[in-house]
Write a protein that binds this ligand. Structure first.
Ligand code: FAD
Length: 322
């Protein structure tokens, strides 16, 4: 049965997040030739509508309001529910991002629907679609199928390939929503670190653990990450030791990442760390201890001192990238 599927288009710092395009591809897969409708919520976000269409949305609905400039679950909840009432969709797809993780259960409970969260792959199409998601901190995967009712799921960033971008045409319409009775209004957002590549969307991550030994120890990792156009991440061990900020933490209680290349330096590979990175496409581990657990998930293992290996890797990458 063909379906109308709503996709939340997420923006950050004046650009659409890539996960929005991945969500459109996922929506197309389950829509069975139906309609994929992008939803943009914010202050001045209409201009992003054309880009959602170029990436495969059939049309876009925009809800704009000054109180929607920054995310609040209250404000976005009201806006998204208004779109749902207007569109009466058969399916909804969000990114499994900070916004998606916060908003999806709220919307699912309001709609009394099920929710399949953190989907990393979809087997089959349309009504036959089976959703694959990690469980037990990534130690196993389960396959889930929605029996009936609204098909609502969130997708983990960097796992589903977006459709080919091409110039497409489609309607971008606005829906007027009276955003009322907000319990919180964000006045101002002060960013801690505004520079560099976003960790959760980085294609290359160079992550350091307690083996890095100090905040200065992270400098060679940053140089390698910069050279590869990537981001620096960390284990909780490194964050707890105050070598870096908690915003860099990867793992069960940190960020979940799936880059093309994950270089783990001085990280032992505790299960809680693996929960955040074991789905990376290629894992390179550098550790002095040949028995370190990280080698069990690594595609390439280098037994050695990271302070020797990282500069050597950087030099070699420089040669091939010239
Ligand atoms: P260690 O385990 O101390 O490992 C350091 C490694 O560096 C060692 O293997 C050592 O051989 C190597 N090393 C030392 N010097 C060098 C050198 N010069 N060159 C090369 N290698 C070297 N952890 C996370 O990472 N993310 C989470 O989200 C997270 N959530 C948690 C949630 C809970 C509820 C709990 C209980 C724990 C959580 N942890 C998490 C902590 C986790 O259990 C580990 O303690 C932590 O991951 C260890 O960090 P580490 O690997 O950097 O440090």
């Amino acid at each position: 049965m063909s379906k109308k599927v709503l996709v939340l288009g997420e923006t950050r710092e004046g650009a659409l997040r890539n996960v929005s395009f991945e969500a459109i591809a996922a929506a197309k897969k389950v829509s069975d030739g139906g309609e994929v409708v992008g939803v943009l919520i914010g202050d001045s976000v209409t201009d992003f509508g054309a880009e959602l269409i170029n990436n495969g949305a059939d049309r876009v609905v925009v809800v704009e309001h000054p109180h929607l400039k920054s995310y609040t679950s209250d404000g976005y909840g009201q806006a998204f529910m208004a779109v749902v009432e207007e569109e009466n969709p058969d399916g909804i797809v969000f990114g499994h991002t900070a916004v998606g993780k916060d908003l999806s259960p709220k919307i699912a409970s309001k709609l009394k629907s099920g929710l399949i969260s953190d989907v990393t792959d979809i087997d089959g199409e349309g009504d036959d679609a089976v959703f694959i998601r990690p469980i037990y901190s990534g130690k196993a995967f389960e396959k889930v199928k929605m029996k009936d009712g609204l098909l609502f799921f969130t997708i983990r960033p960097n796992n589903i390939t977006p459709l080919e971008r091409e110039e497409r045409s489609g309607d971008v319409s606005s829906l007027s929503v009276d955003i009322t009775n907000l319990r919180t209004i964000v006045q101002n957002v002060v960013r801690k670190s505004a520079e560099g590549v976003d960790l959760s969307e980085a294609k290359v991550i160079v992550a350091g653990g307690r083996g890095v030994k100090s905040s200065e120890g992270f400098e060679p990792l940053q140089q390698l990450a910069d050279l590869l156009g990537g981001a620096v991440g960390a284990s909780r061990g490194a964050c707890d030791a105050d070598y870096c900020d908690y915003s860099l933490q990867i793992g069960q209680t940190g960020k979940v990442v799936t880059p093309d290349l994950y270089i783990a330096a001085g990280i032992s590979g505790a299960i809680q760390h693996l929960a955040g990175m074991s789905n990376s496409k290629v894992i390179v581990a550098i550790n002095k201890d040949p028995e370190a657990n990280i080698f069990k998930v690594a595609d390439y293992g280098i037994v050695g001192d990271l302070f020797e290996v990282i500069p050597l890797l950087t030099e070699e990458f420089k040669k091939v990238m010239q």
